[in-house]
Design a protein. Structure first.
Length: 576
């Protein structure tokens, strides 16, 4: 797929030189820091070495005082509290954190994860009735609830109070509950992009401050929060970055037994980065909620019983293997459907649907389709009774999919989500109307250039800038060691993407009929550097004896206990 190369605007070079000289940095590092708004020592300290004492005051969040008072009232009166969370990674980590932490202060506690297929996303009437039937008088929702107006009304009519901890975009009217959501109107909380688990963490932080509980106990759960931040693809900036940094330390240095077993079964070694969380831990946690019961995730993450952990971890590993197989088959079927759509090339959206697709993988398939066709994409499957289509939407950088669905809401039964991802349900009879409306609304805001994926490049980087005098191309250079401290990477702090011009390749090999493994060099730097280009073996002939420009990231290749530098190629343009 053709990609658009965009080089970020260069920062003021005098400012770069000033930061370089003052802090004794490489010019490349100073350049990248200023591009991220870091212009002095204090900014740099917070970016690289922020402390948990710099977390925002949780009482700045609207309604936090009322939420703390209501929880404390429940604790004092020994009321039964139900922790209610979504079935994805953000929801299950949030429930694990809230349940495990509050369990140290009350035994009148349980948790509830809705069934993806029987109850659907968010707070269900079935969940409310479960609370009533089992004597719960307070429900704390996590990563859901901001649009549960009818369910909150039902709870209220049954004598049950609700505290909503959510991070999704609120509707015009809030539910009749104590709402904690930094995105709600008039909320002066300074950081708006917390994960759902992050909002739950702020409630626990406020409770710990109010009740003078040991804050170290709360911080021991930051590994779960780091997992939620990585899995939910929220910006890795500000408070999220700080929480993820410290959460990754906990994840690597005080790894809970359940995570160790998941890593062992995945054949993944520590230390873990946030990227490892996204591609190793998150899919396995998600697999439980996608294919079976997400309650097992909370059971796994909150347990200290090794035999129990081994059994659940193996089950989740098996579910993940099944999920991968379903994902592959469904993606192939979706691509075949697209090929049969005669007017597809004239559209600005991708929508595919099939009656028997597994609901648990359609979100993943939507993301796969964007890798092939860079457009806002929806994948739908049918309900068992055939009356509804339900599905997942994924978007491109230029289009807020939640806002588009909001403009289509008269054709939908329900929807919810973020800028890049959303879920939706519509009646079978409304499908043609929705398809037309969705295409129409996207076409109003998208241009031809928007449908070409962007490669946002930091700057040109010549190979001789990678190594200082005396450094070997087979050992990790200082520049890469410093760059590793830019982690954790994620939205708004992506791994730096560089441009190299007039590059040559030698010893090119095709791996598994898909990937290119090669050594690359430039005329003024003849030492060959290892590089790999995944899923692009078709370009082999075009670069075999021809110079090319390429965009790449810097990676460490781990093999048999040895780390070597490797360029991860993201795109290539032959020059001849």
């Amino acid at each position: 797929m053709k990609k658009k190369w965009l080089i970020k605007e260069a920062p003021d070079l005098q400012q770069v030189q000033k930061l370089k000289n003052e802090l004794k940095l490489e010019e490349v590092i100073a350049y990248l820091l200023i591009q991220r708004g870091i212009t002095d020592y204090e900014n740099m300290r917070v970016f690289f070495r922020g402390t948990l004492q710099e977390l925002h005051d949780p009482f700045l969040m609207l309604h936090m005082k009322e939420a703390v008072q209501r929880v404390n009232k429940a604790l004092l009166n020994k009321e039964k509290i139900l922790i209610y969370g979504d079935y994805d990674v953000d929801g299950t980590t949030a429930v694990t954190m809230m349940y495990s932490f509050l369990s140290k202060h009350t035994s009148n506690l349980d948790y509830y994860i809705p069934d993806r297929y029987k109850e659907g996303y968010g707070v269900s009437e079935q969940g409310i009735h479960f609370a009533k039937d089992n004597g719960f008088s307070l429900i704390i929702t996590l990563d859901c609830g901001i649009k549960a107006n009818e369910q909150a009304d039902l709870a209220k009519s049954l004598g049950i109070d609700m505290i909503v901890c959510d991070h999704h975009t609120p509707g015009e009217v809030l539910p009749a509950a104590i709402v904690l959501d930094p995105k709600q109107k008039n909320c002066e909380y300074p950081y708006k992009e917390l994960s759902g688990c992050g909002v739950g963490f702020k409630l626990l932080q406020a409770l710990s401050m109010e009740n003078k509980w040991d804050m170290k106990e709360l911080f021991s759960y930051l590994d779960l929060l780091a997992i939620s931040i990585g899995a939910d693809i929220v910006p890795v900036t500000g408070e999220n970055r700080l929480l993820a940094q410290h959460g990754l330390k906990t994840l690597n240095q005080n790894t809970r037994l359940s995570i160790d077993w998941m890593l062992k079964l995945a054949k993944k070694e520590k230390p873990l980065t946030l990227t490892d969380v996204v591609f190793t831990i998150a899919p396995r946690i998600n697999a439980a909620g996608r294919l079976e019961d997400a309650k097992s995730v909370v059971e796994l993450l909150s347990s200290n019983d090794e035999e129990k952990i081994k059994d659940i971890a193996q089950k989740i590993q098996d579910l993940n293997d099944e999920r991968r197989s379903l994902d592959k088959v469904t993606t192939q079927e979706a691509l075949e459907i697209i090929k049969e759509q005669k007017d597809f090339d004239n559209k600005v959206t991708t929508v595919v649907y099939k009656e028997d697709w597994h609901k648990g993988v359609i979100g993943i398939v939507a993301s796969r389709l964007i890798e092939n066709y860079y457009r806002p994409t929806i994948v739908l499957t049918q309900s068992e009774d055939g009356n509804f289509w339900t599905g997942s939407a994924r978007s491109i950088d230029e289009i807020n999919i939640y806002e588009v669905l909001d403009k289509c809401k008269e054709t939908l039964e329900q929807f919810g989500g973020h800028f890049h991802a959303a879920g939706l349900t519509l009646t079978a009879k409304n499908l043609p109307h929705f398809l037309e409306k969705f295409e129409q609304e996207v076409s109003k805001i998208v241009g031809d250039d928007d449908l070409i994926e962007e490669q946002l490049i930091e700057r040109e980087l010549k190979f001789n800038e990678l190594f200082t005098m005396g450094e070997s191309v087979t050992q990790i250079p200082r520049l890469m060691r410093v760059l590793s401290q830019f982690e954790p990477y994620g939205p708004d702090n992506m791994r730096p993407l560089f441009l190299a011009k007039n590059v040559y390749a030698r010893n090119i090999k095709i791996l598994k009929d898909e990937h290119l493994k090669m050594e690359v060099f430039q005329p003024d730097f003849q030492k060959p550097i290892d590089a790999i280009f995944f899923n692009n073996s078709s370009i082999y002939e075009a670069i075999r004896d021809t110079p090319f420009d390429m965009v790449f990231t810097l990676e460490e290749n781990q093999f048999r206990g040895k780390s070597t530098p490797q360029l991860m190629v993201k795109d290539i343009r032959p020059l001849l």
